[in-house]
Ligand binder design. Structure first.
Ligand code: DGT
Length: 222
């Protein structure tokens, strides 16, 4: 029988790009596409919008109580696929992670009573198994730190169909989840050192900000 165990043949320097909705994670990843030894893994949002023909992202925003567990289960699976993705590049940049899914989004659902305790336990058992089995290694976290008002404006401008009903208050609350985890470090542990980037800056000047952190990403892995 074929051995289907997950083996990580090559372990690249793995960087998680984290930050609130609309903080510029995709732009950050796109900036690094110019480097040949960097593998960039965008968030699997297209998969969330089409799981066997079902738009789970839309369902989740329409009825978080009904679809919260379904959505987070699928997010966790798709994130695990990203974490275990094999590359020969020396650096792997990932948009979000199994960690922000659990520590920010699932945690918010638990606090809002969206996820009943048994459902939260199932997610947690999977999460604990995955993160204690060295299949989700992390070396550095880039935190794109942006104010809720700025990301709200960006979210409105990009006009993603599924996000039309997302209020500023939700972005404020998600901001707090990210802040407590990655900035104040009062909630959960960080799986790697955190580098904070001012993500409020306008697109015209943000590339300069990205340029500043480039040595941190490259030097540590050489
Ligand atoms: P960017 O490039 O910083 O603008 O990134 P976004 O906003 O395209 O990507 P992200 O991950 O912040 O959010 C994409 C959408 O998916 C957004 O509506 C929030 C949602 N989302 C992402 N991960 C999770 C999750 O684990 N749970 C829940 N409930 N929603 C999530």
């Amino acid at each position: 029988m074929e051995n289907k165990r997950i083996k990580l043949h090559h372990s690249p320097f793995t960087v998680l790009v984290e930050g609130n909705i609309g903080s510029g994670k995709t732009t950050f990843l796109n900036y690094f596409k110019q480097y040949q030894n960097v593998c960039t893994l965008a968030e699997p949002i297209e998969m969330w919008k089409n799981c066997g023909g079902h738009n789970l992202l839309r369902y989740m925003y329409e009825d978080r109580e009904r679809w919260g567990f379904t959505f987070q289960s699928y997010v966790q699976l798709t994130m695990l696929k990203q974490h275990t993705f094999q590359t020969n590049s020396s650096i792997k940049l990932m948009e979000r992670s199994i960690y922000s899914a659990r520590y920010c989004f699932v945690e918010k659902m638990i606090r809002d009573d969206i996820l009943p305790p048994p459902s939260a336990s199932v997610i947690d058992e999977w999460f604990k198994w995955a993160t204690s089995n060295t299949i989700c290694p992390v070396d550095l976290i880039i935190y794109l730190r942006a104010s809720p008002e700025v990301v709200y404006q960006r979210m409105r401008e990009r006009n993603r169909e599924e996000e039309k009903s997302v209020p500023l208050q939700y972005l404020r609350e998600m901001h707090e989840m990210h802040e407590n985890w990655l900035y104040h470090k009062t909630m959960f542990t960080c799986p790697a050192p955190v580098l904070v980037v001012n993500a409020d800056l306008d697109k015209s000047v943000i590339l300069e900000e990205y340029r500043k952190v480039t040595p941190n990403i490259f030097s540590t892995c050489l």
